[in-house]
Ligand binder design. Sequence first.
Ligand code: SAH
Length: 223
Amino acid sequence: RSGRSAALRARMEERLLGARFRYLNQQLYTGSSQDAAQLFRSDPAAFHLYHRGFERQVRRWPERPVQRIVRYLRRRPASLVVADFGCGDCTLAASVRNQVHCFDLVPLSPRVTVCDMAKVPLAAESVDVAVFCLALMGTNLQEILGEANRVLRLGGTLMVAEVASRFEDIRAFLKAMTQLGFRTVSKDLSSSYFYLLEFAKTGPARSGPAAGLRLRPCLYKRR
Ligand code: SAH
């Protein structure tokens, strides 16, 4: 009897965690990066809960997108300096020889510098590769990508791995990226799970709204 009620309680707790994860996830995708920073500052436990949910979600995928970024970096010189925006558990930094600046809202690893990705503590034109792996979450995309542009040296690389279904119009998105000072170098749209986009910095971001720079929120279904 007590075995059955323990199992029932475990199932209820699981459901509750799932519901809280989906709620937090929705907040991250429908608010600005500043809102996200505020949310996790006021409730650090929420962040850990979010990450448990994220891990569970990613395990269902055939491949973790961050592994694609790891393979990409291993083909390039280890001397390149990398900035990982929304680094999560720092899998990237742990998997390559490069110097990697890891930025996230709460430290899942001691390597993390805690900050809002829209404002990272790096000098202008100080990195060779900027990475957003499933991390373009805030609604202020232009500001976030503008920050990546600021810290990248001219000709530097921007790598974006994002959930495929978030793109409403990939052509419009890539066009908007040119206004932000990025040329498309390659795009892998072959996976139905996530797209992998590689850009090169052509110059500073131009001001004015970049139409087409829109991503749908990534909302998870109840399971
Ligand atoms: N890049 C990692 C984690 C992706 S999950 C991987 O591929 O495994 C997205 C991450 O972005 C989370 O760790 C979340 O905390 C972080 N994040 C979301 N909004 C942020 C913000 N405004 N500033 C910094 N990090 C943010």
